[in-house]
Design a protein around this ligand. Structure first.
Ligand code: ADP
Ligand code: MG
Ligand code: MG
Length: 924
């Protein structure tokens, strides 16, 4: 060690209030409060560095010199207070409090009234003239010290306490007399001696050293270690605890004393008014422990008007200094107000937003500070319905929080019933499925929310529900669904079709019965705040919206355009699916064209509506992307249907044979009639026709079968092999745009080609576009203004960005597919099989499908942006994968030089705030 020992102990007057790492949050704030002139009981901090050295030492010894520093500080305290540590005439008592850089409520320990022993107790009683108070303080100290520092179980003390209370026949602690409390002290001392084999330490300095070590030890206690693990508190964020030694003040010195906790503003609503509770004649821990019911702080003005005024001043000083809502502890000792702790208040989203806006208006903080103090994710609370916070129900099952928001409704087990009950009968419905498939889509539309027993956060149910902004709980494995019996089993209970259930997609919990929900409120203040966000953000925020309804919502959330409209959702509509199937199973180009001719006006209408809603903002439409067999029925279902139809055909043939035999057997007229009726009931020709249709379908399904559809015949590959499909879509887009222009509606369509890996693909599609545009220009007499661009979601597309930029006016990163491609992970398999292990064992820090993999996928993006811009400097670049709505990914998009992010509508506000954060942090 150096000759000059490091300083480990700091008086509140000298510690650096900004150094929470060294002094802990509580200690740093006690220093800062002291230095700005608040009435803080004097004391000092022993640093976290001392804690770490202590924990590292072989014998758990305090670092050299620390006890000397403590003695020096104690002497200074004696000088300040005019009392003496261990002095029987006028004893100085202190608290020993823990506190690390991160607040870990209830995880570590505090000891009050340290310095009491058989002698100083008598001094304290003489000095206060209040024996009851003296014994009360003593018994609290013995118990706390016994528990925290000596490891004596609480129950041993509680049992003695209860016994005395019973003998004295009192119910409330306050009813105990001085001699009752004296008896309790005696019994407590005996408990300690019996349990530890040693008498309770009398020397105050011995008490202090043991207490300091105990607080240090609590940092590595199981409770604290588990807590840090649970909340991902790394050593970087908090390493070791500090110890605060502070002169005791007493809220239990009579009716002119009190103790309480308060927030400078209401943490539930943000209202600019002191909020809190207090207890007269009590010590701090009584408020927390709930031994008596505290009063609302509103009553203080009537009970102690002078104190209420001083508290109002304290509140103002705290806010002016910290420029943040404070959560603080105070104690009143005989008409004097002390502040014992302060920290930034934790609030819900509504309160955060309201206080941000109001503090700017009060001139307390700048707009930038107002934006930065709110974590973007927090806004989610305000954008989705929540369960009424006062509900008390216990969940029956836990699934994955797959799409946020809460909803209740009657359980329904298939999509058709959901549509019937939800759409036709107007009931609130929760669609409950083992898992969902594309053909369930109409059930989604008719439901309040979706619950599945299988599948992850990226299952069909989860992805579709998120895109619709509907709550979804996925993979609730405790639920077994029996569709045939219209019943689901959970543990030893069950619910049937028609029973009401509630799901919370924000937490993944499922409840039986109806739990009321609280509607989200897009408050005025939120609009103001997001307006400020837009003012500083560089990235624009667009929405992924497929329908006019979703587009309207996205506008309300502040989207400046549509960055991704998926056309497959339009194909999946119940009325259209048969036409789509007709198109797929067509045997000749003519037949296919006939089906496409039916689809064209429908698509044109889709696009026109989107353009009208979004006018004059850009609407980016992606040409058909998924493998085409996704629109066809399931192969095994077809096989089952066919085998049943074949049986039916055999039956009808049998009936014909039977009818022909009627002449041979002497049947009654009645029997002849019956056979005739039965024969006519099923027409063999009809059955044959059905068989033929299903066989064609089955042949097509088998012909289109792919081993690996996600890497197969999809996206632009489909557009090139079946040019009629893309041509129809391009025509629908351009005609819709031309129609709008004719009506005076300003439109900015953008045509986006998926899955491109070479410019040759883009060129092919470009020829379709140019030809169709030329023809429309002739027909309408004016050109349509539009942009042509490409998705970047294939690794080769990143590598060929220069060449693609020759043809593409914009790049749109599809980071879902690009992540799959970059890792060669199939998403569903990865998430179900090995990713959890990879994450838990630290091989991969995050799930790259949730958190953009900046190092790999991000690198590809950066290269593509750089190369694209080198060829076309004004190329417009954005992201439209799910990452587009995640704050950390948005920060990266800013660094990578993107122009916009696009995410699902309800995440747009989160993204707007995140874009502002990204810009502010980038500028800093
Ligand atoms: P926690 O972090 O669990 O809140 P604290 O260190 O804040 O623990 O202390 C617990 C209780 O004891 C609080 O109510 C606090 O106000 C009270 N307390 C701590 N030190 C003193 C003191 N010197 N005088 C009076 N009360 C104190
Ligand atoms: Mg506290
Ligand atoms: Mg894709």
């Amino acid at each position: 060690m150096d000759a000059i020992a490091t300083k480990h102990v700091f008086a509140f007057e000298e510690g650096d209030g900004k150094d929470k790492k060294l002094l802990g949050g509580k200690g740093a704030n006690l220093c800062e409060m002291t230095q700005i002139g608040l009435n803080v009981p004097p004391g000092f901090v022993i640093s976290t560095a001392a804690c770490l050295e202590y924990l590292d030492s072989a014998e758990r010894q305090l670092p050299d010199g620390v006890m000397d520093e403590i003695r020096t500080q104690m002497q200074a305290l004696e000088a300040k207070t005019g009392k003496g540590f261990g002095n029987p005439d006028e004893p100085l008592l202190v608290s020993v409090r823990s506190g690390s850089a991160m607040s870990m409520p209830g995880m570590m320990d505090t000891i009050l009234n340290l310095g009491l022993n058989s002698e100083t107790l008598q001094g304290e009683i003489r000095h206060s003239g209040d024996p009851r108070f003296g014994y009360d303080a003593y018994r609290r100290f013995i118990q706390l010290f016994g528990k925290v520092a000596l490891g004596v179980p609480d129950e041993l003390f509680d049992a003695e306490f209860a016994a005395v209370k019973q003998n004295a026949e009192v119910k409330e602690d306050l009813g105990l007399s001085a001699s009752d409390l004296e008896e309790i002290c005696g019994r407590f001392l005996k408990v300690v001696e019996e349990h530890t084999g040693k008498p309770f330490p009398e020397d105050p300095y011995v008490q202090l050293e043991i207490a300091v070590k105990a607080v240090f030890n609590s940092w590595m206690g199981k409770r604290a270690v588990d807590y840090r693990k649970q909340f991902n508190i790394t050593q970087d964020m908090a390493n070791g605890t500090a110890v605060n030694v502070q002169t005791m003040v007493f809220g239990n010195r009579g009716d002119d004393s009190a103790t309480g906790v308060a927030f400078t503003r209401n943490p539930g609503t943000g209202e600019n008014k002191l909020f809190g509770e207090y207890l007269v004649n009590a010590q701090g821990e009584d408020v927390v422990a709930g031994i008596r019911t505290p009063n609302s702080i509103d009553r203080l003005a009537a009970e102690m008007p002078q104190m209420a005024e001083e508290l109002a001043e304290l509140r103002a000083k705290l806010e002016t200094h910290y420029k943040e809502i404070q959560d603080f502890e105070f104690t009143i000792e005989r008409g004097r107000l002390f502040c014992l702790q302060t920290r930034n208040g934790k609030m819900n989203a509504q309160a955060m937003v309201r206080t941000s806006v109001e503090m700017v208006r009060e001139g307390l903080i700048t707009k930038e500070q107002a934006l930065l103090r709110i974590q973007p994710e927090l806004l989610e609370q305000m954008l989705f319905p929540r369960l009424d916070p006062s509900h008390r129900a216990d969940p029956v099952a836990q699934g994955l929080p797959a799409s946020p928001g809460a909803a209740y409704g009657i359980a329904v087990f298939d999509a058709d019933r959901a549509e019937q009950m939800g759409k036709d009968l107007g009931q609130k419905v929760i669609l409950v499925r083992e898992e969902t498939k594309p053909e369930d889509i109409h059930g989604f539309f008719a439901s309040q929310g979706i619950l599945t027993a299988r599948g992850g956060k990226t299952s069909h149910a989860a992805v579709v529900a998120r895109s619709m902004g509907k709550p979804c709980v996925a993979g609730a494995e405790g639920i077994a669904v029996d569709v045939a019996r219209r019943e689901a089993y959970v543990g030893d209970t069950s619910f049937r079709e028609g029973d009401v259930i509630t799901i919370d997609g924000t937490t993944g919990k499922v409840y039986l019965g109806e739990i009321p929900t609280v509607e989200p409120d897009f408050t005025n203040e939120l609009n103001v705040l997001l307006g400020w966000a837009d003012g500083v953000a560089k990235l624009k925020v667009m929405a992924n919206s497929d329908t006019p309804d979703e587009a309207r919502k996205a506008l309300k959330y502040g989207a400046v355009g549509i960055g991704l409209a998926r056309t497959e959702r339009m194909f999946n509509d119940v009325e259209r699916l048969p036409i789509v199937i007709e198109m797929i199973v067509a045997d000749s180009p003519e037949q296919r064209q006939a089906a496409l001719d039916k689809l064209l006006p429908l698509q044109r209408k889709d696009f026109r509506e989107l353009f009208e809603v979004m006018s004059p903002r850009p609407v980016t439409i992606r040409l058909l992307d998924p493998p085409i067999h996704e629109f066809l029925p399931d192969e095994h279902q077809l096989e089952r249907d066919l085998s049943e139809l074949h049986q039916l055909a055999a039956t009808t043939r049998g009936m014909a044979v039977l009818a022909g035999s009627m002449g041979l057997i002497h049947a009654s007229d009645h029997a002849r009639h019956d056979v005739d009726v039965m024969r006519r009931m099923v027409d063999p020709a009809l059955v044959e026709e059905a068989i033929a249709k299903k066989q064609t379908m089955l042949r097509k399904v088998r012909a289109l079968y792919e081993t690996n559809p996600m890497l197969g015949h999809r996206g632009v590959r489909l557009g090139i092999t079946f040019p009629e499909i893309y041509q129809m879509q391009i025509r629908a887009i351009l005609e819709a745009a031309a129609d709008c222009s004719k009506m005076g509606i300003e439109v900015h369509p953008q045509i986006k080609v998926p899955q491109v890996c070479t410019v040759q693909e883009l060129l092919k599609v470009k020829v379709f576009v140019d030809t169709i545009h030329e023809e429309i220009k002739q027909r309408y007499g004016h050109p349509v203004s539009f942009k042509f661009g490409t998705m970047i979601e294939v690794v080769r597309a990143c590598m060929r960005a220069e060449s693609l930029a020759e043809e593409a006016e914009f790049f749109s990163f599809g980071t879902n597919d690009l992540t799959q491609a970059a890792f060669s992970f199939s998403r569903e398999d990865a998430e179900n099989k090995f990713l959890p292990l990879y994450n838990n064992s630290g091989i991969l820090q995050d799930n790259p499908f949730e958190v953009l993999d900046v190092k790999g996928v991000g690198k590809l993006m950066q290269l593509a942006v750089e190369w694209g811009k080198s060829v076309r400097p004004d190329i417009h670049v954005g992201i439209c994968g799910e990452h587009g709505g995640h704050p950390a990914s948005i920060a990266f998009c800013q660094l990578a030089g993107l122009d916009y992010v696009s995410c699902s509508g309800p995440r747009v506000p989160v993204a707007r705030l995140a874009a502002a954060h990204a810009a502010l942090k980038d500028a800093a």
